[in-house]
Design a protein around this ligand. Structure first.
Ligand code: SAM
Length: 435
């Protein structure tokens, strides 16, 4: 760590959190814009870890502010609130040595031109260190309307969902099967990083789960594409679609390209067309495929309007990894809970239905479409597929096995944290001869 950089890390983390929690900005975008200001990669990793921990635990940290301050920071002091979260996250979730966490955070108050509040920051952090942070029900991190929906959809499991969504996710690796099996990579990994806790899993053949934090750049063979980062639940998509080795495949919503890359690592002979409506994001598919050495056709297009791009040859298999509420990956994107609005769900459901109907017309009879989301809401999943099956006479659902989670209508739902994986929905739909 660069000398004196500790203060800059804390100040930057507070600014990022302030923008995300109080000005509606996306965590990913803020991190991407702000982190390059820190020169040392260890400083960047620390700032990022603080932001994630603070957002996951913010309800508990606000509870502390409510209990310990006569008047918790209001709108005009939103940056102070964020800085206090930064301090609490270091003492509580990250368990950093208290002296460093305290002094750097108090210094950060001065750096943020809040010298007049530095004494108060110091006192509150000392109290947190002495007494620990209070508990709070994990569900309180979810806006009321969304928590009500989750409770209605998953009554008996809702509590587990809220708790799992507040926890840090393990790191999942996807091993490039075209290069080596997961078991061989695990040996290589253990040789390179003997202190790492990592294991393969029977439910996802190419996956290794890593439970100790590690920088991606430290993973042997990452830059040459032997290994990628991808949650176990996302890796199961390739099993659920399982196209024939030389199939014509459409990946209708492909960016940033993780699932396309996985399909091609398994079957380099696939003729895969990767679409995305967002040109900048599609460039990331190109980068992803280049890194793992896979080849596909790429196109910027609206999958919901095939007349603009489809040349008339049907696909054997289609992956529709639809845009969704991301309610299954809150542990990876904790700001989802701050930014989602009820009308987003309505709009997403309409978009998903449009994409399903359009993709269906591109599938050959006998072909398979895999509908997947990283949502846990039945409106986007079970009910979306029920409605599709009801209006589509030549569609039937093919059951998936228990590896894909709980039965949910015609599909399967993995809930967040189960087997250490993200929340994910899968439905495999077969096109029959026209009714
Ligand atoms: C869940 S992400 C896909 C993740 C990707 N399959 C992967 O594994 O890396 C959904 C994607 O759908 C894209 N999208 C949204 N509307 C679309 C449309 N009408 N046509 C094609 N892509 C669309 C978004 O830009 C986004 O990249």
């Amino acid at each position: 760590m660069t000398p004196g950089s500790g203060t800059a890390v804390r100040a930057l983390a507070a600014q990022i959190l302030d923008a995300v929690a109080h000005r509606g900005r996306s965590l990913k975008a803020e991190l991407a814009a702000a982190l390059p200001r820190l020169a040392d990669p260890r400083d960047r990793a620390l700032a990022e870890a603080i932001c994630f921990a603070a957002l996951r635990q913010r309800v508990r940290y606000d509870e502390a502010l409510k209990r310990w301050m006569q008047k918790p920071p209001g709108r005009r002091d939103s940056e102070l609130r964020a800085l206090l979260w930064v301090g609490f996250a270091q003492i509580d979730a990250l368990r950093l040595p208290a002296h460093a966490a305290l002094s750097a955070t108090v210094e950060a108050a001065r750096a943020l031109k809040r010298a007049h509040q530095a004494g108060m920051v110091n006192a509150l952090l000392r109290r947190a260190q002495r007494e620990g942070l209070p508990t709070a029900a994990a569900e309180l991190a979810w806006p009321h309307w969304l928590r009500t929906k989750v409770r209605a959809d998953w009554t008996a499991r809702a509590e587990d969902i809220f708790v799992a969504s507040a926890e840090a996710a393990p790191l999942w690796l996807r091993i490039n099967r075209a290069r080596l099996p997961a078991s061989a990579y695990l040996e290589r990994l253990r040789e390179a990083l003997p202190d790492l806790s990592a294991q393969t899993t029977p439910s996802a053949a190419d996956a290794i789960r890593v439970d100790t934090p590690v920088a991606v750049t430290a993973l042997p063979g990452f830059s040459t594409g032997d290994v990628s980062i991808q949650d176990g639940a996302a890796q199961l998509v390739a099993d659920a679609l399982a196209p024939a080795a030389d199939a014509r495949v459409l990946d209708a919503c492909a960016a940033p390209g993780g699932k396309a890359a996985h399909l091609l690592e398994r079957n380099p002979g696939l003729r895969l067309l990767a679409l995305d409506v967002d040109a900048r994001r599609l460039q990331r598919v190109r980068d992803t495929l280049d890194r793992v050495g896979a080849r596909a056709s790429l196109r910027v297009a609206d999958a919901g309007d095939p007349s603009a791009w489809w040349e008339g040859q049907p696909f054997d298999a289609i992956l529709l990894d639809a845009p969704c509420s991301a309610t299954g990956i809150v542990r990876r994107q904790p700001d989802v809970l701050l930014h989602r609005r009820p009308e987003d769900i309505t709009a997403l459901c309409a978009l998903q239905a449009r994409l399903l109907d359009a993709a269906w017309t591109l599938l050959r009879p006998g072909g398979a479409l895999l509908y997947a989301t990283c949502s846990i809401l039945k409106d986007e999943n079970e009910r979306q597929i029920d409605a599709f099956l009801a209006r589509t006479p030549d569609a039937r659902a093919e059951p998936l096995d228990a590896r894909f989670g709980h039965v949910s209508g015609a599909g399967r739902q993995r809930l967040p944290g189960e087997d250490g994986m993200d929340g994910f929905f899968y439905a495999r739909l077969i096109r029959t001869e026209a009714a």
